[in-house]
Design a protein around this ligand. Structure first.
Ligand code: GTP
Ligand code: MG
Length: 333
């Protein structure tokens, strides 16, 4: 490394692998924008991907996700692990204002070269956001960051898609704003591998821990499945942060013991291929290759919209390469 002097002639992947933070920032922008140069970049750094531990953090607005992530990053740094954080701004008029606050709080850590923090705008795209998150994680991973964390507000399917790209999902709740029952109703419990009741300095925290533990027990008792631990914490004063990290580590150990870490990565790659294909369909095939115009003509020629779609689908299926259907049967076995 010492003999390498950075010159402007180095390509982006080279600069990324050399550890230049500016190159990482640029690569993430390419990921966000679905830049046409991204696939080539990914190819050049692909062999370096795979070591990073991926954590998704979600929960209701204001639960203390960013405060907790900041504390988690701090602890991980104390263990000499490097950390990359993606904060996804849901572009919502209700939560958009929180972004600046996030930046300021996280700023505490940005003087440290072992921490890389980046906010990503969601721009309202659903699948696109999860795709961009995986791409951003991949380049952070190739860059050499060891713990990759994505934070997003858990308000809907799009956010679950985003945290679903992680190996472990941490759901942060807090007493008061919405109780455990609300979390259960919203489906947050189902996506959680670790549950954190933050702001345990506030009244109602113990009750919430008990309610959530009961709900987890009801859902998982007697089944061969991971039972999400319910951890009480107070990110504001760093209390319980070690316990949260410990629970995350336990989930990872569980995945590894079950052989799920490898299979999960395989699934993740497959899901990412599907996301990229969907985007390609919407962009390149629909708009770029004239499918839109073809659909317009099909609407004219068909009785209903569904009739038009069916005919187009049939045409598309007929144009698939030979051998595809055999592979498909094998894959679905
Ligand atoms: N009392 C108390 N307040 C806390 C604690 N942790 C965070 N807070 C406060 O809760 C507020 C929201 O914290 P954030 O970390 O921004 O929460 P968030 O979940 O990231 O919020 P959004 O990203 O806007 O959804 C801030 O004012 C924090 O200072 C805690 O343990 N106890
Ligand atoms: Mg936040």
């Amino acid at each position: 490394m010492d003999s390498i002097v950075s010159t402007p002639r180095l390509s982006l992947p080279e600069r990324l692998l050399e550890g230049q933070r500016g190159a990482l920032a640029r690569a993430i922008t390419w990921a966000e924008d679905a830049d046409s140069r991204f696939p080539d970049l990914l190819e050049k750094v692909y062999s370096r991907i795979g070591q990073g531990r991926r954590l998704g953090v979600t929960g209701p607005p204001g639960a203390g996700k960013s405060t907790l992530v900041n504390q988690l990053a701090k602890n991980l740094r104390e263990q000499e692990r490097s950390v990359g954080v993606l904060a996804v701004d849901p572009s919502s008029p209700f939560t958009g204002g929180a972004l600046l606050g996030d930046r300021i709080r996280m700023e505490e850590r940005t003087m440290d070269l072992g921490v890389f923090i980046r906010s990503m705008a969601s721009r309202g795209s659903r699948g696109g956001l999860a795709r961009a998150t995986v791409d951003a994680f991949d380049v952070m991973d190739a860059f050499g960051l060891q713990d990759l964390i994505v934070e997003t507000v858990g308000v809907g399917q799009a956010e679950y898609d985003v945290v679903g790209v992680a190996d472990t999902v941490l759901v942060v709740l807090c007493p008061g704003a919405g109780d455990g029952v609300q979390a259960m109703k919203s489906g947050l419990l189902e996506v959680a591998h670790v549950l954190c009741v933050n702001k345990s300095d506030r009244p109602g925290a113990d009750r919430m821990v008990a309610d959530l533990s009961e709900a987890v027990h009801l859902r998982t008792a007697g089944k061969d499945m991971w039972a999400p631990p319910v951890i009480s914490a107070s990110a504001g004063t760093a209390q319980g942060v070690d316990d949260v990290l410990e629970a995350i580590a336990q989930h990872r150990t569980y995945l590894a013991a079950k052989g799920r870490l490898q299979s999960r990565r395989k699934e993740q790659r497959l899901e990412q291929v599907q996301r990229v294909l969907r985007e390609g369909f919407d962009g390149e095939i629909w708009a770029g290759r004239g499918l839109k115009a073809y659909a317009e003509s099909m609407i004219e020629a068909s009785a209903t919209t569904h009739g038009a779609a069916e005919r187009i689908l049939e045409d598309l299926l007929n144009s698939l390469p030979k051998g595809w259907s055999e592979q498909q049967t094998e894959g679905s076995r």
